[in-house]
Design a binder for this molecule. Structure first.
Ligand SMILES: [Fe+2]
Ligand SMILES: [Fe+2]
Length: 187
């Protein structure tokens, strides 16, 4: 087995484990939402994760309010494109800070995109539903952020290499501090 296949197998195994570890969410209104525990204290990643979760919520609302099929389909495209963007952005960040696990992490992203594309193809053939996609993304996102992305954020805090443009973050990104409600921070 060559090294690349070996890493991909590990990534597959990890995704399978994550999927099995997450029990099916009961009911139809308990999907992921942004909460403090998902914050990684990295403004670039946190901002993009917020948008990903916003798009999941948007898809959820569109399904529940009975938006036309075409509109739901375009939201799924929006979600897919933003997921692709986020993965490339996160991979660039890992390269820029010299994160040692970049290749394994990128393979996990690749695997997710393959699963996402398979799911979208099945939805277009009506073999899966948009709810299935939402369920899959919510489950995957929560686990991936809490375990894999957290490692990047932790490494970024101790690395002596800053990502390109980090000095611009405060100008262009919403920081977690700026998003805290007044009085929620202990002195
Ligand atoms: Fe990631
Ligand atoms: Fe991420």
């Amino acid at each position: 087995m060559n090294a690349r296949y070996c890493i991909l197998s590990k990534a597959r195994h990890r995704i399978g484990t994550i999927a099995n570890a997450c029990p099916k969410i009961p009911g139809n209104n308990m999907y992921i939402h942004w909460e403090k525990k998902l914050e990684l204290d990295n403004d670039l990643i946190d901002t993009q994760h917020r948008i990903l979760i916003l798009l999941c919520r948007k898809l959820d609302i569109a399904i529940k309010t009975g938006e036309p099929e075409q509109r739901v389909r375009w939201i799924m495209v929006e979600l897919k494109k933003f997921t692709e963007f986020h993965f490339i952005s996160e991979e660039n960040l890992m390269h820029e800070i010299g994160y040692p696990g970049v290749h394994e992490h990128a393979l996990i992203h690749t695997e997710l995109l393959m699963q996402l594309n398979t799911m979208l193809a099945k939805i277009s053939r009506r073999r899966e539903s948009p709810e299935d996609l939402l369920y899959f993304l919510n489950k995957w996102l929560g686990q991936h952020v809490a375990h894999e992305d957290l490692k990047i954020a932790e490494y970024a805090r101790t690395s002596d290499r800053n990502p390109i443009g980090k000095n611009l973050y405060s100008e262009y990104l919403l920081s977690s501090e700026a998003n805290e409600k007044p009085g929620s921070r202990t002195p």
